[in-house]
Ligand binder design. Structure first.
Ligand code: MGD
Ligand code: MGD
Ligand code: MO
Length: 664
């Protein structure tokens, strides 16, 4: 990002034209980052709650008063059992400094519960790591040279714009683009082909494709022989999945299955941009493992523009300093782990031998769980507990902040220093502060430093300033650069070979891609928790599958309050196919009740070609308080977890819809 400052104020934000992936372009959200930063609803001083939880009634207090009281409360709770204190954080900022560096030092020293950060990518991430040994894959820039680009479970134009630029370049050079997505997204409509399968059926599709690859002899036997472990065991499973069977499960035609196999089996180079949309269902882990094996069976990895990319984060992990967050401060204690995806249920849990102590305090930073976590009814009931002490570090009065005892004003990326890895390209990014903090806002790091001091944590590491933390983040020499060079240039590329698995060399113990992973077995198609085939009784009452992918102009629940972006989105929407609407006498534009056993969500229904029959798209993630009945799509999602990675199943959710009458 290039930020132009005049008189101490940001006047312009643009993409860095010199950075190869950015190419001068920012997505619609981030290009409004100045509007967000100077928003007149920024939280600019510490606040203490005076009204009931959730009402959003607060008074201004000084930093001194807030920090002294928070430290006193945490000390009291920790004296009984520090595990009753739980940190809750995720993707608000993904910077290594303002993310976990100082925060985790604080919680490790305290002995607080650990947090399993599963809410986004754990199913697919663990599945890729099980197959390839690490969360690594193709380098994004080589997608531009591919002759086949399969965009699988991703709306790149909305959520991964810089990748879309590369896909378009490939298209100009003659590549075929295929989108695999239940929704006819902005991206799907610009691809040559769109395979609109039912949610949670990607594993079946992959198996059907494998069946055809075998039948047509499109396998690369030499590559399989040398670089895939356990292929024999997969063959039996593949035999069970002729394209007709896969097609029936996926709700598509057998020709679509065969055609995908032909494209993957006969095009070189062939690349798959797998993304996280397809793993938010019960079988997300198994499906990812199956798809990850496709380029191993066809030998697509032989070329640098062939293979697969889900995430590049594993490349960064190789060079990260594992002690940045100072796990040694646990000093032998082994606190229990809370899964962030089940925070609703966990907040309502009493103490027990299996669970450990009841959660008494929650410190939230970089996240808005009341809006983004599944099964809101439980989440809200948990956050509304009068005996829960909640501190929220935020820019805005989010749904979560409304439930806090204290809200502490945090700085934005324009105001603080940071260093970032990515999960797409493979450059480390430097974040230089551009302006002074707004109002009394402080960086997350500084808030945890001051809290540590008040708790009496005397370890020298609590005095590390942000620059020191950034220096500690990576092994610069191993990367082949220096911290100062990064700071000077703004980014530094990791040293990664062009075609990492051209001759095998996977990050597994054997160096081979793994079919049969210890403890997981041979991958298979795992049907949804909720679907016509797996839960027919439930489907009789709630016959529509609901997915809730992000609205194009929001970033999860961030930017929902940025007026220029919200006015483009308008209001919360449910997209529905014309046949499903006709069957329910729903007119386009009507207000509808979307419901299941977990709750009821009211929003506007748009009869839309973006929805396939049987599937409705509830675009997210709106702030609850802006919803017609004070909630968002997560009122309907469940806390059930995925097969691998203990991740949420946002897109595995049956609902029914009825009209509440026009215009309401
Ligand atoms: N504009 C915008 N950009 C974002 C974000 C955002 O909220 N808004 N979020 C950021 C974050 S945190 C993340 S994790 C990434 C996510 O980015 P991606 O992983 O690329 O996923 P999304 O673009 O969210 O798209 C998910 C897509 O998967 C489709 N889908 C849903 N269920 C299934 C299924 O069962 N199978 C298949 N094949 N497809 C399915 C949805 O219709 C949707 O189009 O994006 C990042 N970028
Ligand atoms: N139904 C449904 N639910 C979903 C998803 C979905 O597709 N459908 N997507 C899921 C995914 S992929 C993800 S990653 C999660 C994301 O969930 P979250 O990680 O909670 O992400 P956001 O909703 O963007 O909220 C981040 C919050 O952090 C704040 N913030 C930003 N920067 C800073 C900072 O430097 N300091 C502090 N203290 N605060 C900061 C922002 O103001 C914002 O309120 O949501 C998940 N929830
Ligand atoms: Mo995410």
């Amino acid at each position: 990002m290039r930020v132009t400052v005049e008189g101490g104020r940001v006047v312009r934000i643009q993409g860095d034209p010199d950075h190869p992936t950015t190419q001068g372009v920012l997505c619609t959200k981030v290009s409004r980052y100045a509007e967000r930063t100077y928003h007149d609803e920024r939280v600019t001083y510490p606040m203490k709650r005076v009204g009931a939880k959730g009402r959003g009634e607060f008074v201004r207090v000084s930093w001194d008063e807030a920090l002294a009281d928070i430290a006193a409360r945490l000390k009291q709770i920790a004296a009984r059992d520090p595990q009753a204190v739980v940190p809750y954080s995720y993707a608000g900022t993904m910077g290594l400094v303002q993310g976990e560096a100082m925060a985790q030092r604080f919680f490790h020293k305290l002995g607080a519960s650990l947090l399993d950060r599963t809410i986004c990518s754990a199913a697919g991430g663990d599945a890729i790591a099980a197959t390839y040994g690490a969360k690594v894959g193709m380098q994004t820039r080589f997608f531009a040279e591919s002759q086949l680009v399969v965009i699988w479970g991703s709306n790149s134009i909305a959520s991964n714009l810089h990748f879309w630029t590369l896909a378009q370049e490939a298209k100009r050079r003659g590549a075929k683009l295929i989108a695999i997505d239940p929704r006819r997204t902005e991206t799907a409509e610009k691809c040559h082909q769109h395979i609109a399968l039912l949610p949670g059926t990607d594993g079946a599709l992959a198996l059907g494709v494998m069946h055809e690859l075998v039948a047509q002899q499109w396998l690369d036997h030499d590559y399989i022989e040398r670089h895939v472990e356990g292929f024999e065991r997969l063959q039996k499973r593949i035999a069970e999945w002729p394209p007709e069977r896969a097609a029936e499960v996926c709700g598509i035609s057998a020709d679509e299955v065969r055609g995908l196999a032909r494209d993957l089996g006969t095009t070189k180079p062939a690349a798959i941009r797998l993304n996280y949309g397809m793993q938010r269902v019960k079988g997300g882990g198994n499906a990812t493992r199956l798809i990850a094996l496709l380029p191993c069976l066809t030998g697509a990895w032989r070329q640098r523009a062939g293979g697969l990319l889900l995430s590049s984060s594993g490349w960064f992990k190789r060079y990260r300093n594992p002690s940045l967050e100072r796990p040694d401060l646990l000093a032998g204690r082994r606190p229990r782990t809370i899964n962030m995806s089940t925070i609703g249920g966990d907040l309502l849990h009493e103490s027990s031998a299996a669970f450990g102590p009841k959660i008494e305090a929650l410190i939230v930073y970089n996240s808005n769980p009341v809006a983004v976590a599944p099964e809101s009814k439980k989440v809200v009931a948990g956050f509304a507990r009068d005996d829960l002490f909640t501190v929220v570090l935020e820019h805005f009065m989010t749904d979560t902040a409304d439930h806090a005892d204290y809200v502490l004003p945090a700085t934005t990326q324009l105001e603080h220093l940071d260093v970032h890895g990515t999960y797409g390209h493979t450059d480390i990014m430097w974040n230089e502060p551009a302006i002074a903090p707004i109002g009394e806002a402080k960086p997350n790091t500084q808030i945890f430093r001051e809290l540590a001091a008040r708790m009496g944590f005397a370890d020298a590491c609590f005095a590390d300033d942000d620059e020191t933390l950034a220096r500690q983040a990576f092994d610069w020499a191993a990367i082949g650069t220096s911290f100062d060079a990064l700071r000077e240039r703004g980014w530094a590329s990791l040293p990664i070979v062009d075609a990492p698995f051209a001759d095998g060399g996977f990050a597994t113990d054997s160096g081979k891609a793994q079919v049969d992973v210890c403890g997981l077995g041979v991958p298979e198609h795992v049907p949804n928790h909720e679907s016509l085939l797996s839960s027919p009784e439930l489907a009789a009452r709630f016959p529509l599958a609901m997915i809730s992918p992000p609205a194009r102009h929001f970033l999860n629940s961030s930017f929902v309050n940025v007026k220029s972006l919200r006015s483009i989105e308008g209001e919360p929407l449910l997209e529905m196919h014309a046949d499903d609407a006709a069957a329910r006498s729903i007119d386009s534009g009507a207000m509808v009740r979307v419901f299941n056993e977990r709750g009821e969500y009211r929003c506007r229904c748009e009869v839309s070609q973006r929805a396939r029959p049987g599937v409705v798209n509830g675009l997210g993630v709106w702030w609850r308080k802006l919803g017609a009945n004070g909630c968002n799509v997560n009122e309907l999602t469940s806390q059930r977890l995925t097969d691998i990675g203990r991740a949420p199943t946002f897109y595995d959710c049956l609902v029914e819809v009825e009209s509440c009458g026009a215009g309401r």
